[in-house]
Design a protein around this ligand. Sequence first.
Ligand SMILES: Cc1cc2nc3c(=O)[nH]c(=O)nc-3n(C[C@H](O)[C@H](O)[C@H](O)COP(=O)(O)OP(=O)(O)OC[C@H]3O[C@@H](n4cnc5c(N)ncnc54)[C@H](O)[C@@H]3O)c2cc1C
Length: 413
Amino acid sequence: MPMPADQFLTREQIAIQQLAHEFARNEIRPIAMKLDHMSDPKDAFYMPHLARKFDEVGLHAMSIPEEYGGGGIDDLFTHCIVAEELGWGDRGVVGLLLSSNKITRYLTARELATPEQCRKWLTAYVEDPEFLIAQCMTEDEAGSENLLPYDGVDGGFRTTAVREGDFYVVNGVKRFISNSGYAKLYFMYVRTDRTKGINEGSTLLMIPLDTPGLSFGRVHDKMGYRLNLNREIIMENCRVPVENRLGPENYGISRINSHLRAGDGLINAGAMLGLARAAYEAALDYAETRKQSGGRLVGHQAIGLKLVEMYSELNAARAYVWQAARMIDNREHAPVDLKMPGSASMFAHEMACKVTRDAMEIFGGSGVMRELPIEMYLRNAYNMLHSDGGIIMKKLKVMRQLNLEAGADINVD
Ligand SMILES: Cc1cc2nc3c(=O)[nH]c(=O)nc-3n(C[C@H](O)[C@H](O)[C@H](O)COP(=O)(O)OP(=O)(O)OC[C@H]3O[C@@H](n4cnc5c(N)ncnc54)[C@H](O)[C@@H]3O)c2cc1C
């Protein structure tokens, strides 16, 4: 299947899509399955090596503004087409792109970061090819309720930060955190007023990797998305300079999130398109070569119909993701329908589960064998129903935006 295109892609977008595709074909595909099969989840994490390669081709700092030495690519749509190519290589490697986008969104938000913070950390990111960040919210006792957000004093992340002079003393444990233990900078959501819920009593701090009191616990052993490391973070009397705070103290989670770009979850949706495309291509190829009952599989109507459905669902999801991303990019010139990014993201995640399952059926028994990537694609797709807030939270957000009574007041993007 050729790389996706439409008549509105610019020459620059086609060039970066090609670059990302070649990176995926040359650097990710040859190692993805081997890493995925590592029994120790720590061994599947090959990001330092891949990050250096990513830097060599000019993609490591692609989101970072040019004034700090980055690629200066700000639009969401280009992020989605790059994510699709990386996701075609392996779903976990998309973390490289998410990292540069996230640090850019946090530090270029004028209400959150000072010009000094912005310059210091974005420059550090560009200068170090292995620089990745982690975004740290989830804890044992607090997952979805951070995103709703549930504003009860009893709910939300429990990690505390107590002011002592020019420092915050941070204590708590986060879990499931991507890039944990490897990332050079941790965007840590903490409670600074325990008498209030997370909308009034929480603060965002940046904690560098070498901060005393910061350590790392168990590595989570996931069913899929194994090239992306998830690990616990432990803070024991971790002293963080006040100058590392983003925004005012007790600014609260909803206000913090309101300064980030709505719709950025579409980058993950773009990656799901790439994962589904990989499964569709493999299934089509297999159906064209495998012979059963006197003919190629593709000649049997049941298989042909399945391939038609897969092709249509994939293209429908892409059209929706692209439309939503372009709408966000054009937000200053035309009205924005904020229901669309969450709905498109949810649709792309569900589509990838359906397409990878159909691919497995086309492969028959071979589809569940570990020498082929089909079962890995399926594991990766279903794994992603529980990342980035999870599929239910995505739907609840759209429900709220549709003004349906049952909708919740949530922030998942
Ligand atoms: C691969 C992966 C990577 C991740 N990376 C990060 C990361 O980098 N940083 C980070 O902070 N977190 C990360 N997470 C955490 C992820 O965002 C959480 O798993 C998610 O927020 C859900 O929290 P939970 O797992 O505790 O589920 P719970 O909150 O316990 O929810 C369990 C189920 O109930 C549903 N549910 C909960 N509350 C409601 C409600 N009010 N109404 C309806 N349904 C509800 C949920 O949708 C879910 O399906 C990651 C998770 C995974 C799997």
